[in-house]
Design a protein around this ligand. Structure first.
Ligand code: FE
Ligand code: FE
Ligand code: ZN
Ligand code: FE
Length: 168
C-alpha cells in the first residue's frame, strides 16, 4: 500500500484478493530470507528445519499462483510491511556476533514470529475463501496453514530439546 494511493475495499472478493497479494509478497520475501537463516544456524537440526521450510515456502508461493490463476488474476505482490519488519529483525540476528547457541535461540525467536504472522494471514484468507464458497482456494490455503503450524511446532521442539538447554 503506497503513500499516494488509498485502497478501497467494497467486497469480500476484493479484500480476499488483496490478502492473497500480501501473502504472495510475504512468501517471496521469505524465499530470500530463509537461506540466510539456514546459513547462520549452528545446530544441524535448526539448519535442516530452515532448509526444509524453504522448500515448503517455494511450494507455498506456487499454491498462491494456482489460486491467482483460478481467479483469472495476475500473480501480483502488494508490499507486506509486516514481513519487511519481521525479516529486518531476522537480519539483526543474522548480522549479530556472539555465542552460537544463544544466536540459534535468537534465530528461532525471530522465525517463530514469522510463522505466527503467516498463520494469522492464512487463517483469515482461508476463512474468506470458505465464506466466498471457493473450496479450491480454501483447501490450498489450509495446506499452507498446516505447514506453517507444523514449522512453528518443529521450532518449538528444537528450542526446547536442543537450543535453549545449550544456550543457558
Ligand atoms: Fe510461508
Ligand atoms: Fe501486509
Ligand atoms: Zn502481511
Ligand atoms: Fe512459514
Amino acid at each position: 500500500m503506497g503513500l499516494f494511493s488509498t485502497t478501497e475495499f467494497n467486497s469480500l472478493d476484493e479484500l480476499f484478493l488483496h490478502q492473497l497479494k500480501d501473502l504472495y509478497d510475504a512468501e517471496n520475501r521469505l524465499t530470500d530470507a530463509l537461506p540466510k537463516m539456514a546459513e547462520k544456524a549452528s545446530h544441524a537440526s535448526l539448519k535442516n528445519a530452515f532448509q526444509n521450510h524453504l522448500q515448503e515456502t517455494e511450494k507455498q508461493v506456487e499454491r498462491l499462483e494456482m489460486i491467482f490463476q483460478s481467479l483469472g488474476q495476475e500473480s501480483e505482490r502488494v508490499k507486506c510491511d509486516a514481513m519487511v519488519g519481521l525479516i529486518a529483525e531476522g537480519d539483526d540476528v543474522i548480522n549479530a556476533k556472539g555465542d552460537a547457541d544463544v544466536l540459534d535461540a535468537a534465530l528461532i525467536a525471530a522465525a517463530q514470529r514469522v510463522e505466527h504472522y503467516e498463520m494469522s494471514g492464512y487463517g483469515s484468507a482461508r476463512a474468506f475463501a470458505q465464506r466466498l464458497g471457493n473450496t479450491y482456494a480454501a483447501e490450498l490455503l489450509q495446506q499452507t496453514l498446516d505447514e506453517e503450524s507444523a514449522a512453528d511446532e518443529e521450532l518449538t521442539g528444537i528450542a526446547e530439546r536442543s537450543v535453549n538447554p545449550a544456550a543457558v
